[in-house]
Write a protein that binds this ligand. Structure first.
Ligand SMILES: Nc1ncnc2c1ncn2[C@@H]1O[C@H](COP(=O)(O)OP(=O)(O)OP(=O)(O)O)[C@@H](O)[C@H]1O
Length: 243
């Protein structure tokens, strides 16, 4: 079924202040429906704050977030974090279905898609870190949110599991395309997964790189390697400026 429920985002003049600290200044950004956009940036620059603002969990001090496209159907967005945030007293299936008695069939289907069929009645404590994040991904997708907001979702995983999760995310998105915003510290992860990689610094979005390459991408690709070096350089400079 072709995706007709994809929405885009228009951020205009977003600024945010926590008590005496301003973390975001005048951020303008257009995200097209179905686009996968990653944010890189030094620690503390405000990447998570921006995702929380987009999720509606934080009210920006300035500016507005608007959506474009067909917003009927599922919820606007769902977030996924570095910690899986599973409830230890609920089994795998109940964690995916959190807050609803409906959608059991879809929850089972999603568990199958993330490679966990047969584990429905296991407890979270019986799963590995990567498996727990797969449950968290299935939970985030259950209600077909228009926008998937991923805040360092694979940050706590070992290198191999991390790559496996990136590949899983690509497969799942090929099946059911979503608009995705990803915050990551892993430059390669951003380059392999995204349509656009943004560098967020104290000066705002200082780099907006469009990765035109087909997927799945080859990690050893020379162009990706050149971009990686450029982005690492930009990160280092932004980090020095922030320190
Ligand atoms: N609720 C809050 N109250 C006060 N200050 C906050 C709050 N949340 C975040 N901050 C501060 O705002 C700044 C930006 O935080 P944020 O978590 O958005 O940065 P980040 O770029 O995601 O960092 P990291 O990469 O380390 O996760 C930090 O200095 C942080 O201490």
């Amino acid at each position: 079924m072709p995706p007709t429920d994809l929405v885009g985002l228009e951020l205009s003049g977003i600024g945010h202040r926590y008590r005496d600290k301003t973390v975001l200044h005048d951020i303008d950004l257009s995200v097209a429906p179905g686009e996968f956009v990653s944010f890189l940036g030094p620690s503390g620059v405000g990447k998570s704050t921006l995702l929380r603002i987009i999720a509606g969990l934080e009210q920006p001090t300035r500016g507005a977030v608007e959506s474009t496209g067909d917003r009927s159907g599922g919820p606007m967005s769902r977030m996924m974090f570095q910690e899986d945030r599973l409830l230890p007293w609920r089994n795998v299936l109940d964690n995916v279905q959190l807050g609803t008695r409906h959608q059991r069939e879809r929850a089972v289907e999603l568990l199958n898609e993330v490679g966990l069929s047969g584990r429905e009645t296991d407890w979270p404590s019986e799963l590995s870190g990567g498996q727990r994040q797969r449950v968290a991904l299935a939970r985030a997708l259950l209600h077909r949110p228009h926008v998937l907001l991923l805040d360092e979702p694979f940050g706590a995983l070992d290198a191999i599991t991390r790559v496996a999760m990136q590949q899983l995310l690509e497969r799942v998105l090929a099946e059911q395309p979503r608009t995705v915003l990803l915050v990551t510290h892993d430059v390669e992860e951003a380059l392999v997964l995204s349509d656009r990689v943004l560098l967020l610094t104290e000066q705002g979005i200082t780099r907006d790189l469009r990765i035109g390459q087909a997927r799945p991408r080859h990690r050893g690709d020379a162009q990706l390697a050149a971009w990686k070096e450029e982005l690492l350089d930009g990160l280092l400079q932004a980090d020095n400026a922030l320190a």
